[in-house]
Design a protein around this ligand. Structure first.
Ligand code: SF4
Length: 371
């Protein structure tokens, strides 16, 4: 296989879905007790047949997470740089057809935001933009990285997919990780949800993790937007993607997120609902399938749910997030990309983590330790 697309094309969505829904109690018990879990075991763990096994799955997930990551939870915070976007995405408040005031932060505004973020204790920031290649392009990202690098040990990005050479230019400027969510691996539904703009190119997005691996990124994050399609089938394809990437780009670290569709201005109703128990099942299934992968939970989830998940298998959590450009200092009242659910401050989240016997970690590692 030269890239993931070749592997992906060898699977059929409906066959995979049927295979997941036909897993039995015996398949789940085998997946729970085997020492080397395969993608077939992962299918069993995310299947409806695994629902009665949530407790043993949670116990095993906790044990494996403690063994690999210890009693630590990393904290990160998003910094929205721009809400300009030339794409139409049916689920997003920044979509081109949503009539909101557009804004891209200037250098002076970015520094104002950075000072607030630093005062909250953060050393890891996630830069977020829409996709507006005329204004928010490679040169803008280079300028921003040079500007903020002195303030943070890690800088992650969640922006439009770039070419391999562009990623290779940003890595020496301090870019440590990139989040690139496929949204859904269902090709036809992907087209429905991305009718206009560069993001409508399913294959270019699908190949982005390959380009990141080729550029030598330190860490990349995968995931789908839960609510667009059948979450079990989409999760299988995410696991397939992760498996492929880990083998091919073995020096890179990987993380997973499970954003559930949240309300936003002009919002889309989820096609498929996922309840809290099912999200716990998915988190535990991923941990049982992959002991190394980092698992992240954002402020999209509720206070109660995030409190519960700290001991289950997650390794990083955001707190105090604003999802609008200028949200921390410049324009706190501007329109958010989506509504957050857990509104606690970073200090309150850190205290919650400590109350569960875990240590909040404000940065992943020191740059001086990077080889
Ligand atoms: S999801 Fe991203 S690309 Fe799509 S409209 Fe929102 S900001 Fe733009």
């Amino acid at each position: 296989m030269t890239n993931f697309q070749d592997l992906f094309e060898s699977y059929n969505w409906d066959d995979v879905k049927e295979s997941i829904y036909s897993k039995t109690k015996n398949d789940v018990e085998h997946a729970l007790h085997t020492s080397r879990r395969t993608l077939e075991d992962f299918k069993a763990l995310i299947s409806p047949a695994a629902a009665p096994y949530l407790e043993p799955m949670a116990q095993l997930s906790q044990k494996l997470t403690l063994k690999r990551f210890g009693k630590t939870i990393q904290l990160y915070i998003p910094l929205y740089l721009s809400n300009e976007c030339t794409n139409i995405c049916t689920y997003c408040g920044f979509s081109l057809d949503n009539k909101v005031r557009r804004k891209t932060l200037t250098e002076e505004e970015i520094l104002r935001e950075v000072h607030v973020i630093k005062s909250l204790g953060y050393d890891h920031v996630l830069l977020v933009t829409g996709e507006a290649n005329q204004t928010v392009h490679l040169e803008y990202f280079k300028k921003v990285l040079n500007l903020i690098r002195p303030y943070f040990a890690q800088v992650s990005m969640e922006v439009q997919p770039l070419d391999t050479e562009e990623y290779a230019e940003l890595i020496p400027l301090g870019l440590t990780s990139v989040l690139i969510y496929q949204e859904t691996y269902h090709k036809e539904d992907y087209k429905k949800h991305h009718p206009k703009g560069k993001k409508s190119n399913f294959n270019y997005r699908l190949e982005t993790p390959d380009r990141l691996g080729q550029a030598g990124i330190h860490k990349m994050g995968l995931g789908v937007l839960i609510g667009l399609e059948d979450w079990r089938t989409d999760s299988f394809f995410t696991a397939l993607h992760l498996n492929y990437l880990e083998k091919k780009y073995w020096k890179t670290r990987y993380s997973l997120s499970f954003p559930r569709l949240r309300p936003f201005s002009g919002g889309l109703e989820p096609k498929v609902e996922m309840n809290d128990k099912e999200l716990v099942q998915l988190i535990c299934a991923y941990r049982l399938f992959n002991e190394e992968v980092e698992i992240s939970l954002s402020t999209r989830e509720s206070e109660k749910f995030r409190n519960h998940c700290v001991q289950l298998g997650i390794t990083s959590i955001s707190a105090g997030s604003k999802t609008n450009p200028g949200g921390y200092a410049v324009e706190p009242e501007s329109l958010e990309q989506f509504e957050i659910s857990d509104e606690r401050s970073p200090e309150m989240i850190a205290n919650m983590i400590r109350s569960k016997g875990y240590e909040p970690v404000w940065k992943d590692w020191d740059r001086v330790m990077q080889c």
